[in-house]
Design a protein around this ligand. Structure first.
Ligand code: 0GY
Length: 291
């Protein structure tokens, strides 16, 4: 049974006014269960509502996207069955980012690669997972390196301050979720965001998802005005290594569930030209996940 304060995904999103370019990829989304088919992990920190592969692909079509990158949600732990099921059903139009343990066998990784997995996710957000030692992650990296996969990192500014050297030592492409969660109530030139930009400047193989204005914003929808300068700065400086995703079905929203159509309409405010929009939504995710 879902958590008592759980907010369900928007049942009836607005049709976006912004028409996304052909071949657009929603590069950050999840599925939850359904719990009776794909049970949630015993160690999970939250129990969500169901969000099935059929509902995800229906939203993709409604918003005008062609493809999805499905990212393992922590409520499923290291059991990637629900995610792999989407990849098998999506006719090469979905790729995946999984969570694995260091004990994973090569044959299992090969089977995941065959259905479209291209990365693993390391989550440092303590309300979502219990921290693991660096060696745990290094063991996983050595197992995935031969497959040419990348690592998706979800962290907050304090985590970057503590783990930056470790991340920089990994020598594997890194994809950062939600801009490293900047505090958008601070000025754009704040030290933490400066560190994040510096981190990205230091390595051309660090990519960034300019996603989740709904999670970061204090001013709120529909314009997410306070998040725009942060995301726009990243899109303009790192135009060849930015990605965007809806984050559907939006786990752990506590006040308001975003309208996915409004989230799509936010894109032109951070990627202000057709060229930047094409890179963000089409070229970059296709380079990372379908080439
Ligand atoms: C997101 C963000 C969150 C949750 C997870 O895997 C997850 O449980 O990533 C969050 O609560 O901030 O990317 O969906």
């Amino acid at each position: 049974m879902k958590d008592a304060d759980w907010l369900d995904w928007h049942p009836n999103p607005t049709k976006p006014k912004f028409v996304v370019p052909a071949g657009a990829v929603d590069a950050h989304c999840h599925v939850f269960g359904p719990g009776d088919i794909f049970p949630f992990a015993p160690e999970r920190k939250y129990t969500p509502c169901d969000a099935s592969w059929q509902q995800l692909l229906a939203l993709r079509d409604f918003l005008g996207f062609e493809k999805n990158v499905v990212v393992q949600a922590t409520c499923h732990g290291a059991d990637n069955s629900a995610l792999l099921d989407v990849l098998e059903r999506a006719d090469d139009k979905a790729r995946g980012v999984v969570t694995v343990k260091p004990s994973i066998e090569r044959a299992e990784l090969d089977a995941m690669h065959a259905v479209g997995v291209r990365g693993v996710r390391f989550n440092y957000v303590k309300r979502l997972v219990d921290p693991k030692p660096d060696e745990y992650y290094r063991e996983i990296i050595e197992k995935i390196r031969p497959l040419g996969w990348h690592v998706v990192l979800y962290f907050e500014p304090d985590d970057l301050a503590q783990k930056r050297e470790f991340f920089e030592s990994l020598n594997i492409p890194l994809v950062i979720d939600h801009m490293g969660r900047p505090d958008v109530t601070k000025p754009l030139d704040n030290a933490e965001f400066g560190m994040f930009l510096d981190f990205m400047r230091g390595n051309e193989d660090i990519w960034c998802k300019v996603s989740c204005p709904d999670r970061l914003s204090v001013t709120g929808s529909p314009e997410y005005t306070d998040v725009v300068p942060f995301a726009k700065t990243i899109v303009e400086e790192f135009s060849d290594r930015v990605l965007w995703g809806t984050d559907w079905p939006h786990p752990n929203m506590k006040k308001e569930m975003p309208d996915d159509g409004i989230l799509v309409d936010y894109v032109p405010s951070i990627a202000t030209t057709p060229d930047l929009q094409r890179k963000l939504l089409v070229t970059n995710p296709n380079n990372l996940y379908w080439s």
